[in-house]
Design a protein around this ligand. Structure first.
Ligand code: FEO
Length: 414
């Protein structure tokens, strides 16, 4: 019976042969509410080349899509741009099936693949480390489609040490692994066929939860791409839609996000036991609004940590509230702060607040987390049991103080 999984030609000699994961809802702690894709690409040069594979459970889907174009046994070359398991998960099986002449990866990629699949991975085939400036001829000048060449570019820490790009100058095609990607399962393969608001939402979620800690490397990457003079007509990431006419939009957003510039938005995040920390949050929010800040209030009883991280991508202040529970932070607040600490959002001001019964350590714990994140503390407030009018007035004043600080970042206020 014919397989339902077909390839899609996305450019001359280039086919999408990836997998669509409609059902995944968690990606190591990141809520993937719209699923994802694991993109892999087939380049039909004289040397038939597969760029990346897919997550292991989707091996049959990948093989079916490849088989729609060519017998997988005819693949000559596999390029592994990124060793993370969502792209390398079925590499051993593909190698066993295709018996390629060579598998190419960055030097760190070769190390990572052997660490994942055992030190003997690659024995019996040429597992070759490539570096900046190395290139590979896939078709000669006399081939029916003309010459095809792959140029390799190291992109370390975008977002793993092994990460690299592969560029096909004759097609102006950039195979950019996780960069410019998003977790979005969709029928559409091209960004121009999806609503711009959806693209921005899911691209910002991906950046905030995966790439943010590596923003310095992203800024350097743009310098490197410009210096190399890459002309990009099509960018093919390993997740989500392929970029053609809208590549300039996502590139501009990446440049902006990498700066981590503060904005006039405050994120107020908290949890509560008996509504005391809740009413403190509401009073602080009133002060922020009065001072001209925009506010996003996120009660952790109904907010996922990755949605919080996304809201913080374009913010100027992080205001955190927690009751004290058994001398500790409330568990949801501890979870959120641990997650944010790893993402290292820069250039924020912060504040801590919370209610307590008799020991009251939560605010100090929040302050310690904010200090570890290099967040400048604008103030702290704690209250025993239930906040009275004086405390709520102080909460509003704290909100006003933070709001005045960040309102200067509002558009048109420079
Ligand atoms: Fe999509 Fe870093 O793997």
């Amino acid at each position: 019976m014919a397989s339902p999984f077909k390839a899609l030609r996305v450019a001359d000699d280039i086919y999408w042969v990836g997998a669509i994961d409609w059902s995944v809802r968690d990606f190591h702690g990141y809520r993937t509410g719209r699923g994802t894709t694991y993109n892999a690409f087939l380049i039909m040069g004289e040397k038939i080349t597969l760029v990346d594979t897919v997550k292991a459970p989707f091996k049959d889907e990948l093989i079916s899509r490849i088989s729609d174009v060519v017998d997988p046994a005819k693949i000559d070359i596999i390029i592994s741009n990124h060793a993370e398991m969502d792209h390398s998960g079925c590499l051993p099986e593909l190698i066993a099936l295709a018996k390629p002449e060579k598998v190419y990866a960055s030097p760190k990629g070769v190390e990572a693949l052997r660490a994942h699949f055992g030190p003997s991975f690659g024995s019996g085939l040429e597992l070759t480390a490539v570096k900046d400036g190395d290139s590979l001829q896939l078709s000669g000048e006399n081939a029916p489609g003309g010459s095809l060449t792959v140029q390799f570019m190291q992109t370390p820490f975008l977002h793993w040490p092994d990460s690299m790009f592969s560029y096909l100058p004759e097609r102006k095609a950039l195979f950019c692994q996780d960069a410019f990607g998003m977790h979005l399962a969709s029928a559409e393969r091209f960004a121009e066929d999806l609503p711009e608001s959806l693209l921005r939402e899911e691209a910002s979620r991906y950046y905030a939860n995966i790439l943010l800690p590596f923003s310095t490397f992203i800024t350097k990457l743009f310098d490197k791409v410009e210096k190399a003079g890459l002309d990009i007509a099509i960018a093919l990431p390993d997740h989500g839609p392929i970029w053609r006419s809208r590549f300039g939009v996502i590139a501009g957003l990446y440049r902006q996000w990498a700066l981590q510039a503060p904005t006039s938005k405050a994120v107020v995040v908290y949890d509560t036991m008996w509504e005391s920390t809740d009413i403190m949050a509401r009073a602080i929010t009133e002060g922020l609004i009065a001072a001209g800040a925009s506010v996003q209030v996120l009660p952790l009883s109904g907010t996922h940590r990755s949605d919080l991280a996304t809201e913080l991508l374009e913010a100027g202040a992080l205001v955190v509230g927690s009751p004290t529970l058994n001398n500790q932070l409330f568990p949801t607040v501890a979870d959120a702060l641990c997650y944010l600490k790893g993402l290292k959002r820069k250039n924020l001001v912060g504040a801590a607040f919370g209610s307590y019964g008799w020991s009251g350590e939560s605010v100090r714990h929040i302050e310690e987390h904010l200090a570890a994140m290099d967040i400048e503390l604008a103030g702290s407030l704690k209250t025993q049991y239930v906040p009275g009018d004086d405390t709520l007035a102080q909460c509003r004043a704290l909100g006003e103080r933070i709001g005045e600080h960040i309102a200067k970042y509002a558009p048109g206020m420079a």
